[in-house]
Design a protein around this ligand. Structure first.
Ligand SMILES: O=C(O)c1ccccc1N[C@@H]1O[C@H](COP(=O)(O)O)[C@@H](O)[C@H]1O
Length: 208
């Protein structure tokens, strides 16, 4: 199973994660987040990171800004973490470089009764799905959702599992029938927002 480490802000930590063969490096491009990458790194610094799994996380951002950031930062994946609809994704697809993949997020909360029909009716114009816990801040809360909900869905795309994944709950992964393509870890592996605890991440790799 692949691993994405999200919310990166520090060049030395990015280097260490590359040495650990981390599959995806996640950068938050949501200005309201405490992990907003452009407060720490500029576009050139992100662009030269030697990795083919650079993911930019956006929340209800304009198409123009996403395309600009994708180009300037040489992003390989765009993670749409807001309320972007299928028309928006179609437009984005046509505006992005052909090699750039799109990950559409479904935030699962208390009002997710119609999630099943939403997923079943999708045109699936994204390349990947990502399931995270819903919250007012959109993500990065460290809270999990009930993973059993996934057992009730037909998931027609490879998906990232996210939302409060930690060393403590990773054992429960076996209760999910359709296994994730990748695990997305973030706030449970930090000493403070945007600063990763590399020892914890190494333990996580060993536990998998
Ligand atoms: O991390 C953030 O600050 C953030 C802000 C807004 C949208 C998404 C964000 N992060 C994403 O949230 C999930 C889960 O994180 P956590 O493990 O619950 O802390 C992850 O996909 C991040 O990409």
């Amino acid at each position: 199973m692949k691993i994405k480490v999200c919310g990166l802000t520090k060049p030395d930590q990015i280097e260490q994660l590359i040495d650990l063969k981390t599959d995806f490096l996640g950068f938050i491009f949501y200005p309201k987040s405490s992990r907003y990458v452009l407060n720490h790194l500029n576009a050139d610094q992100i662009s030269v990171i030697p990795h083919s799994g650079k993911v930019g996380v956006f929340v209800n951002e304009t198409l123009e800004n996403i395309v600009k950031m994708a180009e300037e930062c040489s992003l390989n994946y765009i993670q749409l973490h807001g309320d972007e609809d299928e028309n928006y994704i179609d437009e984005l697809r046509h505006s992005l470089n052909k090699e750039t993949m799109i990950i559409k997020v479904f935030r699962i909360g208390q009002h997710s009764e119609n999630l099943k029909s939403k997923i079943q009716n999708l045109k699936f114009n994204s390349d990947y799905l990502l399931f995270d816990t819903d919250s007012e801040s959109f993500g990065g809360t460290g809270k999990t959702f009930d993973w059993q909900i996934l057992n009730d869905l037909e998931i027609a795309k490879p998906y990232f599992l996210s939302g409060g994944i930690s060393l403590e709950n990773i054992d429960k992964l076996t209760t999910i029938t359709h296994q994730p393509f990748a695990l997305d870890i973030n706030s449970k592996f930090e000493t403070e927002a945007g600063i990763k605890d590399l020892e914890k991440i190494k333990n996580f790799y060993e536990k998998l």
